[in-house]
Ligand binder design. Sequence first.
Ligand SMILES: Nc1ncnc2c1ncn2[C@@H]1O[C@H](COP(=O)(O)OP(=O)(O)OP(=O)(O)O)[C@@H](O)[C@H]1O
Length: 708
Amino acid sequence: MGCISSKRAAASESPCFEYSAAVAYNGSVVLEPSSSSLKNSGATTTNNNSKINRSKSKSKSKSNSNSSEFKKTNSKKDIQHQDKSEDRSRELIQLKKPKKEKEGSLNSYNSHNSHNGGKGSGFSFRLGFSNRSSLEAEQVAAGWPSWLSAAAGEAIYGWVPLQADSYEKLEKIGQGTYSSVFRARQVETGRILALKKVRFDNYQPESIRFMAREIMILRRLDHPNIMKLEGIITSQSSSSIYLVFEYMEHDLAGLVASSDIKFSDMQIKCYMRQLLSAVEHCHLRGIMHRDIKASNILVNNDGILKLGDFGLANVVNSKNKQPLTSRVVTLWYRPPELLMGATEYGVSVDLWSVGCVFAELFLGKPILKGRTEVEQLHKIFKLCGSPPEEYWKASKLPHATMFKPQYSYESSLRERCTEFPTTAVDMLENLLSVEPYKRGTASSALMAEYFRTRPYACDPSHLPKYPPTKEMDAKSREDSQRKRPGIRARETSRKPRRVRKTLQESNNSAKLAPKEDEQDDNTQSARSNPLILRAKGGLLRRESLKPSFDTVSENCELNTSQGDSTLSSGAQISAASGFTWAKRRNEDGTKSAVSDGSKSQFSALDTNFAKSAFDFTRQGNGTSKIAMRKLRTFDTSELCRADESEDTGNDMDSIDEEKHVIEYSGPLFSQPCRVDEHLRRNESHIRHAARRSRFEREVEPQALQVAL
Ligand SMILES: Nc1ncnc2c1ncn2[C@@H]1O[C@H](COP(=O)(O)OP(=O)(O)OP(=O)(O)O)[C@@H](O)[C@H]1O
């Protein structure tokens, strides 16, 4: 009931409003997929839920009495196959809404759009249930945990959970902010799948609802270039959730970081066509992804690319202008309007990120690697040019005045991309337009000259087959290289994966200091920064580094520690999960270096960050400063390496040598017109800190040896 009432109040609150809209949309679109989407999904996936639903609708279930009860409570009229033909019977089979509901569904959606979400449009009405508790009871009877049904009944509507013991969990293959991803084998069929264990605190309905949003959005999308959610593993007694996906051998971050791989023009075109098709599908369905980056773009051995990780995705709602958070999209892929604090934006944020990925495919490394938000924006202006005076005059972006550079920058994109084909630079220039409306759409990009000139995109099946390559593998490779004696980290050929994560997380950390660094000079608010408090307490809750979605004020507090402790080694899992845990390790009999590597990276990151014990101190001019008390533990050399090719200059004079105080690069400008100077100082401070750190690491151990 809590959810219903919060939805009633949702006319003025974005999260629940959008949630409701998604449900209604879900009702009219996902539950009744178009024939084209059926075709798509049928060609590529087999939905395990559909199997279960189908078998349950055909006969009394042998094994799961809960599920048969679920079936019973929904009359035959309510449950039907999407199609009777043999082909279609393999499709996702969903519960069909009662007729009345069906007719009303679009109206319901529209009424939400027209800001009428509160009027008698409670969830139970729309889904045709007499009341919410009856839905919950049915879902629990179907095997769902009650906490999940209570907080996110909409997301699992019409599905039954998959059984954990039907899967054999293999090694860990990915580590995200909110999740760990495992390779797994379906016991019955031997099929290899990916299981994404989502971390959340199941005592916090809010965090469950965030996860539910990802599920609902995934269910709403159906395209060969978008990761299809095949089902959810959980049980009544379980406190965890695994999302089941098709297994993909690679992600683009891993491929790009591999020194053996250099994409040809036709391969890049092939990837870009698939990526843009995925993005087009999302946008046409009213979804913005808000976290497009190389590591969220998966590729399988058939050359098929799929966009994944919809954890930050949201529903576009052009009519209802609820403010959205600007703290989405990973820093290097984040468009300028978000860096300047936009809370009204649309799908064009994704096109900027697509532009960044496009350039990365050519360059073999990310194109805009800022260390802080202010530096990111500076790099953007240097590359893409700063917008004209009229833009600044008309801009309502919260931080536009602060970020306006003193002098305007000309675009240097063409000079930077001399080796790209001309048509590629033309498309890139559009995608990387500082002004969002100039970016065009995914559909217009797909029609760009670039795709119509030779060499044409190759067929995905003609793409080379690579050994499994993930962002995580790239990080592990880099780690082991770094650990080899005599090899200095800076000598590694391709580095930025781990560096990037470190950068992003530390940046985000700083940035998530609830914008006091950007908005005011109030030390009090800086002190109340949850991240700082956590760092002081020696515990960094990683989830907080990834922004919550929906509204600016919304805060998603998820607890990571549980996920880390149960999944750290990749070699064990709590018995409660019910998984058949693979005793066998890697093919060569060794323990998975990948999972270990990942764990150590994350632990190191957390500890380093916590140890560095940042502390804000107030400056007379209102500038926030961070005292880096333990500069040595903060691996700033990584920051420097990530960008050393561009760094010159030697301005060290404003570093407080005595206290190791470094001016924080956050955009606390007392005088907006001095932004350029501030940026220069910021860069030189970071360089100096990095040099100092490197010097101390290289010189001090020797000194120590001598002393011993
Ligand atoms: N279906 C899949 N098959 C193979 N690997 C996958 C699959 N899904 C995800 N991965 C791997 O796991 C990593 C993390 O997954 P994902 O991005 O979904 O998690 P996340 O917690 O949302 O991550 P992030 O914080 O980076 O956004 C991916 O970068 C990818 O390498």
